[in-house]
Design a protein around this ligand. Structure first.
Ligand code: MF3
Ligand code: CO
Ligand code: CO
Length: 275
């Protein structure tokens, strides 16, 4: 097993260069992505009123220990937890702790396991008990945004085509796309080239080529797109305090399209739509 710090030493390259991975990389990503997806499936039944975000964090750590996955966020740039838990108006990077989940909350859980040196990064939205119609609508729009981004992630398109697909859809639903955080290349590094913006112009940015591996992880707000970072240095919230949602997959570009590494084994990637 490798920690984030060790994994970072394995792959080093010139900035701006987008690595192209071979079958070794794809099979490593398949394994890491699958373990992350299994853990996010496992957490579904634990997201209930009365549960603390710290308890979910512990569950994710323990699951990794049992199955050979090290959380990439542990000791990453001073972060000390296995997951991020972003509730309601928290956009991303919410820190797990004593906070108790309440009926009607929506929470994003973001998890990255390192398995045999490869990073599987994914996040989903969970509803706590019954949630409001507007929260449900925001979550559905966010999943559809990711789906449209993934559909644009094919060889010959550019990174800008992904962002444009997400932005045009989200804005057509009168929601907004957060600009301050982006998807990212990953593999033996947690955050690598290319950056994947969730907004932009068709045809802009580097061309997508078979072998590229990255995340798409749009953050969509019911109100304005602007965020601020709380004093803990991590928690990003919407400036206007409106609800925010996010979902994330890790994928690789293939000769014919793409391969999603973090598909839910139980087909509950969107827990709201599970049955
Ligand atoms: N998993 C997040 C991502 O999607 C990164 C979290 S970094 C942390 O890139 F330190 F905030 F955990
Ligand atoms: Co993530
Ligand atoms: Co990510």
């Amino acid at each position: 097993m490798v920690t984030y710090v060790e994994a970072g030493k394995i792959a080093k390259r010139a900035p701006g260069v987008i690595p192209l991975h071979n079958e070794t990389g794809f099979s490593g990503m398949r394994k890491a992505g699958n373990l992350t997806a299994k853990a996010l499936d496992m957490l579904t039944d634990h997201v209930r009123p009365g549960v603390t975000t710290g308890m979910l964090d512990q569950l994710a750590f323990d699951f990794g220990q049992e199955h050979g996955g090290v959380p990439a966020t542990l000791f990453y740039r001073g972060y000390r937890h296995s997951i991020c838990t972003s509730i309601n108006h928290v956009v991303c990077h919410g820190i797990p702790g004593d906070k108790v989940l309440r009926e009607g909350d929506i929470v994003n859980i973001d998890l990255t396991y390192i398995v045999d040196g490869w990073h599987g990064d994914s996040s989903r939205m969970y509803g706590v008990g019954e949630i409001s119609r507007k929260a449900e609508r925001l979550i559905d729009i966010t999943y559809e945004s990711l789906k449209r981004g993934i559909e644009a992630a094919i060889p010959g398109n550019t990174t800008g085509d992904i962002g444009a697909a997400i932005q045009s859809y989200a804005e057509s639903e009168r929601t907004s796309v957060v600009r301050d955080f982006v998807g990212h290349g990953l593999g033996q590094l947690f955050h690598d080239e290319p950056n994947i913006m969730h907004f932009g112009t068709p045809g802009s940015g580097p061309e997508l080529k078979p072998g590229m591996i990255f995340t798409i992880e749009p953050m969509i707000n019911l109100g304005r797109p602007h965020v601020k970072i709380l004093n803990d240095g991590w928690t990003a919230v919407t400036r206007d305090r409106t609800l925010s949602a996010q979902c994330e997959h890790s994928l690789g570009i293939t000769e014919t399209g793409n391969e999603i590494f973090t598909l839910s084994p139980g087909d509950i990637f969107n827990p709201l739509r599970a049955k």
